[in-house]
Design a protein around this ligand. Structure first.
Ligand code: NAP
Length: 514
């Protein structure tokens, strides 16, 4: 069939207050010290400093709270403030930079030169921290190879107290053994309740909205199972290539970089049982059960359940782009820049419901989304003129813009008899409530200070995720399953399309929810 792809109308759900007007509340947090190791790096510049500025300018960071950058480079406090000012000018909207708010924020910044690999600077840091009884959050925005060194030096220099926390970023290990070793190294100095393993996807509004939709409405939960859901798709697609991360990426590949953490975390939130409460361990216990229920993929089924891909030269973002090997400046590498997996959660709720996962670089579009595809109605009561009912679909988009859409069938409004039409109920409420959608880091950074671990990964979750991923990687080697080439700017190798079409289904990219 030719013609333009079917694009359903978009209906905004207008909110009507049924009780007292609720506005989101900004509750200041008790004064704290945030020590950002790697405070001059890319993550600090693009994400951490802007996020802390936003929280400060909203009045949430008050009193004597300090933000202390720490790295090897020699810098004065003023140099670090200059660095932060430039980071803010580059990464937040000019209208959000108000002089008095900026001065207040910059006044909280300090800098200490420390080297994780030597004694340099640790005593200076200890003296700067002093003995004030306030929360200390140590954020390790540095490579994972020095996580253990920093934890050990903080311990040796007596800087870890009851109210201290440690924040670490992915990659947490390269496989189960290295993740375990890292957790052990950190665990020598910090109790598990003090360790915050950040996955910024969990801080996104849409991801939290998924929990609100599921557990604050009686509507969805009865349908949230194999009798009503046909399948689930989770896509994390990037249009960019290596962007200077070749050294790291070629040793990692798409499954370690994206599936082991972000995609499995999203899968857990879709598939988990309702927790008894939103407290950290109740939620994390349920997520862990999902990880443990994932059907093992090994040499016996890896060819059927997974597709690996690597991009070759093509077109992206309106211009010609090089292939992976050219970017890498290497004639050979079998690292996957794309992976698609048919995952199955082997429990009562999800028996027979595939979770199709895919992620890749240099794909046709930058988009991250979760699609819950409901089953069609059991019997069509409408005649041929009305058109066929299309099965309902809930689409949660995380990137580039956050949005939630419920696709439903309605009667096409107006005279002319019964005609069915698919519409998108737009449940993206930030606009209606006139609030800025915060960056995920904003919420997570202050959850650390509050000691709320609900949106952070527990040690056993990270290790269970590797326990599922490791056999897939081993099976690729064992069976010699090599990457299939795909042209940059497309949706990956044709085998990924076959993976889902074999089951009589299609990937969700052909329609936009905008
Ligand atoms: P980066 O730009 O290379 O910055 C590294 C920082 O660490 C610099 O401030 C560096 O400053 C400092 N550093 C390096 N060696 C040190 C040592 N021995 N002692 C003390 N400080 C040291 O790296 P990044 O991109 O910000 O990434 C940091 C971590 O976050 C990595 O683990 C990365 O995988 C993870 N991450 C990054 C992003 C991102 O968007 N960038 C996203 C997710 C996860 P000096 O050289 O002056 O010491």
């Amino acid at each position: 069939m030719g013609g333009a792809p079917h694009r359903p109308a978009r209906i905004h759900v207008i909110s009507r207050c049924t009780g007292p007007v609720m506005t989101s509340q900004i509750i200041p947090v008790e004064p704290f010290d945030y020590i950002v190791f790697g405070g001059t790096g890319d993550l600090a510049e693009r994400k951490l400093i802007p996020a802390l500025y936003h929280r400060s300018s909203d009045g949430q960071i008050v009193g004597a709270s300090r933000i202390i950058g720490a790295a090897r480079g020699e810098m004065s406090d003023d140099d670090f403030r200059d660095f932060a000012r430039k980071a803010l000018e580059a990464h937040i909207k000019p209208e959000e930079l108000k002089p008095e708010l900026l001065d207040d924020f910059l006044g909280r910044l300090h800098y200490v030169s420390v080297d994780a690999k030597s004694e340099r600077g640790w005593e200076t840091l200890r003296q700067l921290l002093g003995d004030e009884p306030r929360v200390r959050a140590f954020y390790l925005a540095v490579g994972p190879s020095i996580f253990g060194d920093i934890a050990a030096r903080l311990g040796e220099h007596g800087m870890i107290r009851e109210d201290s926390r440690l924040v670490i970023e992915k990659p947490i290990g390269n496989d189960l053994a290295s993740a375990h070793a890292l957790n052990v190294a950190i665990g020598k100095h910090f109790r598990e309740e003090q360790v915050f393993r950040i996955d910024h996807y969990l801080g996104k509004e849409t991801v939290q909205n998924l929990m609100a939709l599921r557990f604050a409405n009686a509507l969805y939960e009865p349908l949230w199972k194999s009798s009503h859901i046909d399948h689930v798709q989770i896509t994390v697609a990037e249009s960019l290539g290596l962007e200077g991360r070749a050294g790291y990426y070629d040793k990692s590949g798409a499954i370690r970089d994206m599936v082991q953490n972000h995609i499995l975390q999203l899968l857990c939130l879709v598939a988990m049982e309702p927790p008894a409460s939103m407290d950290a361990d109740s939620v994390r216990d349920e997520k862990l059960k999902v990880l443990r229920a994932l059907r093992r993929i090994d040499a016996s089924n890896v060819a059927e359940m997974t597709v690996r891909g690597q991009y070759s030269a093509g077109a992206s973002n309106g211009g010609a782009v090089r292939g992976y090997l050219e970017e890498l400046e290497s004639g050979s590498s079998d690292t996957e820049t794309f992976v698609a997996i048919k995952a199955e959660v082997e429990n009562w709720r999800w028996a027979g419901v595939p979770f199709y996962l895919r992620t890749g670089k240099r794909l046709a579009q930058r988009v991250s989304e979760i699609v819950i595809q409901f089953k069609p109605v059991p019997h069509n009561v409408f005649n041929a003129d009305a058109g066929r009912p299309i099965a309902n679909r809930l689409v949660l988009r995380l990137q580039p813009d956050e949005a939630v859409s419920q696709m439903i069938m309605i009667k096409d409004p107006g005279p002319g008899g019964m005609r069915l039409r698919e519409v998108a109920l737009d449940m993206s409420f930030a606009e209606h409530f006139h609030v800025r959608s915060p960056d995920a880091y904003e919420r997570l950074l202050l959850d650390v200070v509050r000691g709320n671990q609900t949106l952070f990964m527990r040690r056993d979750e990270v290790e269970a995720a590797w326990q599922w991923v490791d056999p897939i990687i081993s099976a690729w080697h064992e069976t010699g399953q090599r990457c299939k080439k795909y042209t940059a700017g497309t949706w990956g190798p044709s085998a990924a399309i076959a993976l889902i079409e074999r089951d009589g289904r299609t990937w969700h990219e052909e329609e936009s929810i905008d």
